[in-house]
Design a protein around this ligand. Structure first.
Ligand SMILES: C[S@@+](CC[C@H](N)C(=O)[O-])C[C@H]1O[C@@H](n2cnc3c(N)ncnc32)[C@H](O)[C@@H]1O
Length: 323
């Protein structure tokens, strides 16, 4: 058994191997909280987006344990719902929700990928003392790193275009987005017609993190990224590169925005109910207060509100609300 691997291969085994982190019974929700877990308002906004696009199906890619789909089933019982994940179908998933390992080919749908692409394994490049970007290799038992071969081929071309390391000081790092771009392009190609939305923590050219963003999560805490299957291993997504890959795969009308702007455009505004309502309809007042708190979390600066939303049309336009 090889212990020193590049980050892409080490992450692939650690997350998706037979004993991988994403195959554990507790699921992603046992380790971190996404917008899906924060509030049903997130599902409502996506149901509204599907309605605005005139789409009757939602495909959730990287569906975790199906939490978003279960929320959508309650909010919009008429929608056809399909979960896509490398993990097996969750036992408790209602039978009316379909599940599989691949985006179904050729359907009409709103395709949603919340916090999927950051978990698509990526290689890491680091500039050596001669200024050469080299692939970082990691000991899967300890997380100890060493520099391996020089980055070449598609990976080198990707760095030149999206995250140039020319002239960067030794130690500067970049996460190579080729695998994320390819995963998104494949999802776009398989969608017959619809709107595809990737929602993730990410960055755009000009604001990449100089030492990268690779990290781990375990039971709600950020931990060093040791690819031994006991923690999540993740890094932020180069959303502009993913957008270009989507366009090259046939998508059009790219919208790149923040979750804060997108959710506000879809009616999640976080306004508190008028105080007067406390007297006339206390139950509605309390529900309004709860919604305002949850909307605040979904749109918070320094938190979920800063997430990027990439929306692209496939054979149709992105609804005007998002543009
Ligand atoms: C961080 S979790 C997000 C779960 C859920 N979308 C949420 O927001 O709570 C990422 C999910 O993506 C899944 N995943 C990763 N790569 C995948 C692939 N190539 N195809 C399908 N699912 C994948 C993982 O198994 C995991 O359930």
């Amino acid at each position: 058994m090889e212990h020193r691997l590049t980050w892409k291969e080490a992450t692939r085994r650690a997350l998706y191997g037979a004993e991988g982190f994403y195959r554990r019974p507790e699921g992603p929700a046992g380790h971190f909280r996404t917008s899906v877990h924060a509030s049903p308002l997130f599902a409502r906004a996506l149901a509204d987006l599907a309605a605005a696009a005139g789409l009757a199906a939602v495909v959730d890619v990287g569906a975790g344990r199906g939490e978003l789909l279960v929320a959508l089933r309650r909010i919009a019982p008429h929608l056809e719902l399909i979960g896509v994940d490398v993990a097996d179908r969750p036992e408790a998933l209602p039978p009316s929700i379909a599940w599989g390992p691949e985006v179904p080919e050729g359907g009409d749908a709103l395709l949603v990928a919340n916090e999927w692409l950051d978990n698509v394994p990526a290689d890491v490049a680091q500039v050596d003392e001669h200024g050469v970007p080299r692939l970082v290799e990691v000991d899967v038992r300890t997380g100890r790193e060493e520099l391996g071969a020089a980055v070449h081929g598609d990976d080198a071309r990707w760095l030149d275009r999206w995250w140039p390391l020319l002239g960067a000081e030794p130690g500067a790092r970049a996460e190579i987005g080729t695998t994320r771009d390819a995963a998104w392009a494949r999802a776009i190609e398989r969608l017959g017609r619809g709107v595809a939305v990737a929602i993730d923590y990410g960055h755009l050219g000009g604001e990449r993190p100089p030492y990268g963003s690779l990290t781990g999560y375990r039971q709600g805490r950020q931990v060093p990224p040791v690819p031994d299957g006991t923690c999540d291993v993740t890094c932020h997504v180069a959303m502009d590169a993913v957008a270009a890959a989507g366009e090259a795969a046939g998508a059009r009308g790219t919208v790149l925005t923040t979750q804060r702007r997108a959710l506000r455009a879809l009616g999640v505004d976080g306004r508190r109910p008028p105080y007067e309502l406390a007297r006339t309809d206390p139950a509605r007042y309390l529900a309004g207060l709860r919604d305002a708190g949850e909307a605040g979390e979904l749109t918070a600066s320094g938190g979920l509100g800063d997430f990027h939303w990439l929306a692209q049309g496939v054979g149709m336009d992105v609804p005007i609300a998002l543009r």
